[in-house]
Design a protein around this ligand. Structure first.
Ligand code: CP
Length: 313
């Protein structure tokens, strides 16, 4: 079985079978990464370009490592020193990269829908590495993969997504992925950070403003970064006030009766001490380090499948 797509733009329009195919393909990729020689010749002669208009550590680096592990050539465009600063548009930049031989353009952009626009304009495959407040599909996939490895299943799990849902493209990809694979999702945060009526956009998703009340029922939590840089007006009285009600730490997990095997995730980068304590983030209960490591395997799977690879191989 293969993935019959040129682009990966979001999880909203992937079927359950397509998501499961990517997760299944990521498993042998993770095994490759555990070997002394972390390389397969599969994508030799192919070119992947990282085109990031916003900052990134995890996504950009793991796409580069994933492509290199499959022997593709990688080009990283530093937008700040590219012809973009002379006014070259996104589409013209992508067409230039395509003329130079790019097979895939991995795009991070502040505008929601930018990868979708590009995918219609170029023959190269376009992979969304985060577009505005819309989606971050490979983060959603690596979160699913991490949860699957920790819990052995996604179907039937009850997963809380805690914090700044309003500004989070990760939350949107997580919601699509988790619900498509049969998990129950609860969005938890102050009313100003959970878009009103969001449960109507995502059927089956619950909303709670009370972490303490809902915590004992959860199998996993994805703690979101408080995106202070995207906030145009005060959406809560103070960071201290936010932390009082929504910060997770080990003491709180115990006092608020979280399940002992609750899996704690965070897409990173984390505001340690604000939405999650440093001690919890580095505890055995935290899957944050695995999320980062699994990101390479999942992105290898995506590249492999977009290149026409099939699971039988
Ligand atoms: N999770 C995530 O997208 O991290 P980066 O911004 O470092 O890529």
């Amino acid at each position: 079985m293969g993935l019959q797509r040129k682009d990966l733009l979001g999880l909203e329009h992937l079927t359950r079978a397509e998501i499961e195919l990517i997760l299944e393909t990521a498993r042998p990729m993770l095994a490759v990464l555990g070997r002394p020689v972390k390389k397969y010749p599969t994508l030799r002669g192919r070119i992947m370009v990282n085109l990031f208009y916003e900052s990134s550590t995890r996504t950009r680096t793991s796409f580069e490592l994933a492509a290199k592990a499959l022997s593709a050539d990688v080009v990283n465009i530093a937008v700040a020193t590219s012809a973009v600063v002379k006014g070259e548009s996104l589409v013209d930049t992508a067409r230039t990269l395509e003329a130079l031989g790019a097979d895939w353009i991995v795009l991070r952009h502040s505008s929601s829908g930018a990868p979708h626009l590009l995918a219609r304009q170029v023959r190269a495959g376009v992979i969304n590495a985060g577009d505005g407040l819309h989606e971050h599909p490979t983060q959603g996939l690596l979160d699913l993969f991490t949860l699957l490895r920790r819990k052995g299943r996604i179907e039937g799990l009850r997963v809380g997504i805690v914090g700044d849902v309003l500004h989070s493209r990760v939350a949107r990809s997580d919601i699509w992925g988790l619900t498509r694979l049969g998990a129950q999702v609860v969005l938890i945060g102050p009313p100003t950070l959970v878009p009103p009526g969001i449960e109507k956009l995502f059927p089956g998703v619950e909303v709670s403003y009370n972490l303490r009340e809902v915590l004992p029922s959860l199998d996993a939590v994805q703690v979101l970064r408080l995106q202070l840089e995207r906030q145009k007006r005060g959406l809560f009285p103070s960071v201290e006030e936010y932390s009082r009600f929504y910060r997770l730490d080990s003491e709180r997990l115990r006092d608020w009766r979280a399940k002992p095997d609750l899996v704690v995730m965070h897409p990173g980068p984390a505001n340690l001490g604000v939405e999650i304590s440093e001690e919890l983030a580095n505890s055995p209960q935290s899957a944050i380090r695995e999320q980062v490591q699994n990101g390479v395997a999942v992105r290898m799977a995506v590249l492999y499948l977009l290149a026409g690879g099939r699971t039988e191989e």
